[in-house]
Design a protein around this ligand. Structure first.
Ligand SMILES: Cc1ncc(COP(=O)(O)O)c(C=O)c1O
Length: 448
């Protein structure tokens, strides 16, 4: 039985819609009317009014099933009562102090308890900062200047972490030594010189390049299932080889688990059985509030230790470990026991196989990647192995864009790239509803 009948959710598109009016005002005071590049949608975005579990209601009153969860940050969807209660209780007693609070210890203890590679934690305000601090810790610990990262992988907006993001065939160079391509205009050449780009899931090529650069490498930064690479899981032997070569050469292995902590109670490192030296976290650990964290081996984390004067790597931040985030994050994470992760895995598996079946039935080219609560629709059917195999052609991108817009106009919110994820608020009925809408949209003429 379908959850609701498929209806049009297009009130935002009217020229006199509330979204249209907000957009008009926004353009005067925000560049391009926008504060977050990711949420721009041409010709103008849809403004959110409120969220309730796995539903978002926009300012024109349309409801959509939220399968994006603020780009994977909300593990319980919107306004979960326990998280709301924890945050408001803390907020009523003050939201920020020039003194530490007990809440940061509680959330740190939970993370240390769950993640094998984390003996100690420091909090920040975003995943970008978490990655930045992990890189700085690795540099401080090893005394080496360079880092290596994987081609196409997204790790936030720190200059070094942005290198090679979104590079195209005309610039990306040979697979054995991918070029260091700037993402933002103005990236200094010195940044590019200090970032070695590696091919994802290509064990021999990646290991050989790490070995060539080893003496200058402070860190290898890896997301074990990088979304921008296509949400393709790393192969187990590949990860083991990266762990081995980094250990041999005294290079810090940084796991970016800003998204992938979603994959299990013990994070992606638990799922893949790898113990990194440093882990960057964000998104779900903040219970819907801005957050980041870097954790790792105690001897590496000692670079932040302020006892005895200036640390090797000083780390300030006016809102680091702010108690509202800490309280909300703790409430959200405490609800995520092993059973809750198992249930997410099960629902995620049903969604992915349902999407696959839907594509096959329709006989249109498309694929779905991902694991656990994460999935990504691809507008093509081929072997997705690394960044280069995941890059869509212009025609494929256009097809995906048409599907994304059809879904938006019929009550479903995904990312324009095809990325989606579940929250604990999503049940079988919502999956059925999604598959029904997807089926209808595909049969209306567009593949994934
Ligand atoms: C893997 C990964 N690392 C880091 C970040 C940056 O996190 P934030 O947006 O909180 O700065 C993101 C954001 O999507 C991410 O996906």
């Amino acid at each position: 039985m379908a959850l609701r009948t498929i209806t049009e959710t297009r009130a935002y598109a009217r020229p006199d819609s509330r979204s249209a009016k907000l957009w008009e005002r926004a353009q005067g005071v925000l560049p391009g009317g926008n504060s977050r590049t990711t949420v721009y949608m041409a010709p103008r975005p849809i403004y959110a009014a409120e969220g309730e579990g796995c539903w978002i209601i926009d300012v024109d009153g349309d409801r959509r099933l939220d399968l994006l969860n603020n780009y994977t940050a909300l593990i319980h969807g919107h306004a979960h009562p326990a998280v709301t209660e924890a945050a408001t209780r803390r907020l009523a007693r003050g939201s920020a102090f020039p003194l530490p609070t007990a809440e940061e210890i509680d959330l740190a203890a939970l993370i240390v308890d769950r993640l094998d590679g984390v003996d100690q934690v420091r909090f920040a305000n975003s995943g970008s900062e978490a990655v930045m601090m992990a890189i700085k810790a690795a540099r401080g610990f090893t005394g080496r200047p360079k880092i290596a990262k994987f081609e196409g992988a997204y790790h936030g907006s720190y200059d070094w972490a942005e290198v090679s993001l979104g590079s195209g065939p005309d610039e990306w160079g040979p697979l054995e030594a991918p070029a260091s391509i700037p993402y933002s205009k103005g990236t200094p050449a010195s940044v590019l010189e200090d970032v070695v780009v590696l091919p994802f899931n290509r064990t021999e090529l990646a290991v050989a390049r790490i070995e060539r650069e080893a003496k200058n490498l402070a860190a290898v930064l890896i997301d074990p299932m990088p979304n921008r690479v296509g949400l393709i899981p790393a192969r187990a032997d590949f990860l083991r080889a990266i762990r081995e070569v980094t250990a041999v050469h005294g290079i810090c292995l940084i796991f970016d688990e800003v998204i992938s902590f979603r994959l299990g109670y013990h994070g992606a490192q638990g799922v893949f059985g790898i113990r990194p030296d440093l882990t960057s976290l964000g998104k779900i650990i903040g219970g819907g509030f801005p957050v980041g964290a870097v954790g790792g081996r105690a001897d590496v984390m000692a670079v932040f230790d302020p006892r005895g004067g200036k640390p090797l790597v000083p780390h300030g931040g006016t809102f680091n470990a702010n108690p509202v985030t800490m309280a909300a994050g703790l409430a959200a994470m405490q609800l995520m026991d092993e059973k809750a992760f198992d249930r997410l895995d099960e629902v995620g598996g049903k969604l992915r196989s349902g999407v696959q079946a839907c594509l096959e039935r329709a006989g249109v080219p498309g694929a779905v990647t991902g694991m656990g609560s994460l999935f990504r629709l691809h507008p093509a059917e081929r072997a997705f192995v690394d960044y280069r195999s995941g890059v869509a052609s212009e025609a494929e991108r256009a097809r995906l864009d048409r599907l994304y817009r059809k879904l938006i106009d019929h009550g479903i919110l995904l990312a324009p790239t095809g990325l989606g994820c579940l929250s604990t608020a999503v049940g079988e009925a919502e999956i059925e509803y999604f598959l029904e809408v997807l089926n209808a949209c595909i049969h209306n003429g567009d593949s994934a």
